[in-house]
Design a protein around this ligand. Structure first.
Ligand SMILES: [Cu+2]
Length: 220
């Protein structure tokens, strides 16, 4: 390339980067409970047009493990269309199932890692259980696109790279009184930055007394 043209190429590249920055907004979301306290571990995601769908290969497969008779992680967030593997890292068998509307499925009693992952085609909350161990509870939160974040101890989640247009922010938490995502404000994705707040009605935590020593031996 003639050296005279090189500065023009750099200017064009810088302009593209600048224009991209203009179109990609950032939102800071503060999630609280209904008394105004920050909520940690809430899934915040964006719903609206212009979100990138998952088209399949070579998308990495997400993992929902089973360790010590628990689902690990307890909450897994994936974009719609993603595949999830359910390895069983315990030396006993588990029987994973979900009756959720977003995707009901079953992995009958198994050890090790099933050969096929499970695809989650539609957005929604998929509640996982195990037929053998009643207390095992896990959640796969299937969100419409790749724009999501989980709140920290301060109840804050930040999502960058918003597409232009009106976008609705949604929030979900495993302790929600009703197991469905809560709609927050709409934001303008083209704005460089915005901030909003979502309040969640959580289940009241019961103050359980400790079981007497020597009882409650694990039968499994
Ligand atoms: Cu189990």
């Amino acid at each position: 390339m003639p050296s005279l043209l090189r500065p023009l190429v750099w200017i064009a590249l810088l302009w593209l980067a600048f224009a991209e920055g203009l179109n990609a907004g950032t939102v800071a979301v503060s999630v609280t409970d209904d008394t105004g306290k920050p909520v940690q571990g809430a899934v915040v995601f964006v719903d609206g047009p212009g979100l990138t769908p998952v088209t399949g290969t070579p998308e990495p497969v997400a993992v929902m493990d089973q360790i010590g008779k628990k689902f690990v992680p307890q909450v897994l967030v994936v974009p719609a269309g993603a595949e999830v593997s359910f390895p069983n890292s315990d030396n006993i068998r588990h029987h994973v199932y979900s009756f959720s509307e977003a995707h009901s499925f079953e992995l009958p009693l198994y050890a090790g890692t099933p050969t096929e992952p499970v695809r989650f085609p539609a957005p929604g909350v998929v509640v996982l259980g195990c037929n053998i161990h009643d207390w095992m509870r896990g959640y796969i939160v299937v969100v419409p696109g790749r724009l999501f974040a989980v709140t920290g101890a301060d109840g804050m989640a930040r999502i960058a790279g918003l597409p232009g247009g009106r976008l609705r922010l949604m929030a979900w938490h495993p302790d929600l009184a009703l197991q469905r995502a809560v709609a927050g404000d709409e934001v303008d994705g083209a704005a460089p930055s915005s901030a909003t707040r979502i309040a969640l009605a959580l289940k009241r935590k019961l103050q359980l007394r400790r079981a007497p020593a020597g009882r409650g031996a694990d039968p499994y």
